[in-house]
Ligand binder design. Structure first.
Ligand code: FE2
Length: 377
């Protein structure tokens, strides 16, 4: 399939798995309290909800932070020997749950199960005085799971079991992050098509783009990627697998350090990437750096854009164009000790693609970081 044109998304009337959007992302982390502070301070998230000892939980604690449509649940165990603790021991901090907002979580679960999904959680009704939520869950790649969330009968802060988390003394301002644009999974050698088939057959997604190792390679490293989208296009999951290169690719490095398949990056959308990135940088978020020479030829490649080049160059923001418009994007360094998960900040100005024109410059920047970590060999 050509990578420059996007096919029309399939007819949503025939969509057997309607999804309204991303409901929340749950990260298992070693210190939820400090992680919540980090996402507030550095990324501009706001305090939303809490569950833990004070709400009657004995084994774990979760802080929920929010920015526009993005909700992060940060969960840590309160004792040894838990499944959460084992997950963190194996993978380090990372995404456990990609929760999908649906109208009917029982239907979504039954449909996925009939189509060959592996169960994580049977449909379960959770209630409090503000209403009820139904959740169900299935496994995807690695130990990552999708939880279907039905919240049409719920009016509370987040979910039953959580109370409002109020922090009157410390509420750093948001930085303009709006919603999850896409979320990328790294899977093992020769496993990409297996997961493409899973999203097609079990979840009703379609493949909208494909990149082979010729598209995504430098002199040293390579990977392959296919992008899966649900019917209304609100959920986009690129799936990467490593490809043979002279040296170890970033996907292999991820798989080694995550000790399995998992979420590689969370791309979050902004309406003003320059203002957002300026804020993030001033708050200590670290970004990958492409060489200044990237900007010498960028306008020849992408044509006219609304933004001045100077602030893009100063902040290290990348630009790419496809048939429908252009996009501005930048990638953080990993946000935990292991070189695993990171964030992308993206502003779309028409373009619906993923920055193919930036892959080479970007992967060379990643290789320079791998070199420093001693993992490029
Ligand atoms: Fe991305």
């Amino acid at each position: 399939m050509s990578t420059s044109t996007l096919p029309k998304l399939h007819d949503t009337a025939k969509d057997f798995m309607p999804i309204n959007g991303t409901d929340y992302l749950e990260l298992y982390v070693s210190n939820s309290k400090q992680a919540a502070h980090f996402y507030k301070t550095a990324f501009g998230f706001q305090s939303l909800a809490y569950a833990g000892l004070e709400t009657g939980l004995k084994d774990r604690e979760s802080y929920v932070v929010v920015q526009d449509k993005i909700r992060l649940v940060l969960t840590s165990p309160l004792k040894s020997g838990t499944d959460i603790g084992r997950h963190i021991d194996q993978h380090g901090d990372g995404v456990k749950v990609v929760a999908l907002w649906v109208d009917d979580a029982t239907y979504a679960y039954n449909t996925a199960m009939e189509r060959g999904a592996k169960s994580y959680m049977e449909p379960k009704v959770e209630e409090d005085k503000t209403g009820k939520i139904v959740r169900s869950g299935i496994y995807t790649y690695g130990e990552t799971v999708h939880i279907f969330v039905e919240r049409k009968d719920y009016n509370g802060t987040f979910m039953p079991g959580f109370r409002k988390w109020e922090t009157p003394d410390y509420n750093p301002s948001p930085v303009g992050l709006k919603f999850v644009d896409h979320m990328v999974g790294n899977v093992g050698w020769n496993r990409m098509n297996e997961w493409v088939n899973f999203y097609e057959n079990v979840m009703g997604f379609t493949q909208i783009l494909s990149f082979d190792d010729k598209d995504i390679s430098t002199d040293f490293t390579a990977l392959m990627s296919k992008v899966m989208s649900n019917g209304n296009g609100r959920i986009k999951f690129p799936i990467n697998e490593p490809a043979e290169g002279k040296k170890k690719s970033q996907v292999e490095e991820y798989l080694d350090f995550y000790e399995g398949e998992g979420v590689q990056h969370i791309a979050v959308a902004t309406d003003d990437v320059i203002a957002t990135v300026r804020q993030l940088k001033s708050r200590g978020v670290e970004f990958l750096k492409v060489p200044d020479t990237y900007y010498d030829a960028v306008l020849d490649r992408v044509g006219e854009i609304d933004e001045d080049i100077a602030p893009l160059k100063e902040l290290g923001i990348l630009v790419d164009r496809d048939d429908e418009g252009y996009l501005l994007q930048i990638f953080t360094r990993p946000v935990e000790p292991r070189p695993t998960m990171f964030f992308e900040i993206i502003q779309r100005k028409g373009a619906q693609s993923f920055g193919k024109g930036n892959f080479k410059a970007l992967f060379e920047a990643i290789e320079r970081e791998q070199e420093l970590r001693g993992t490029l060999h």
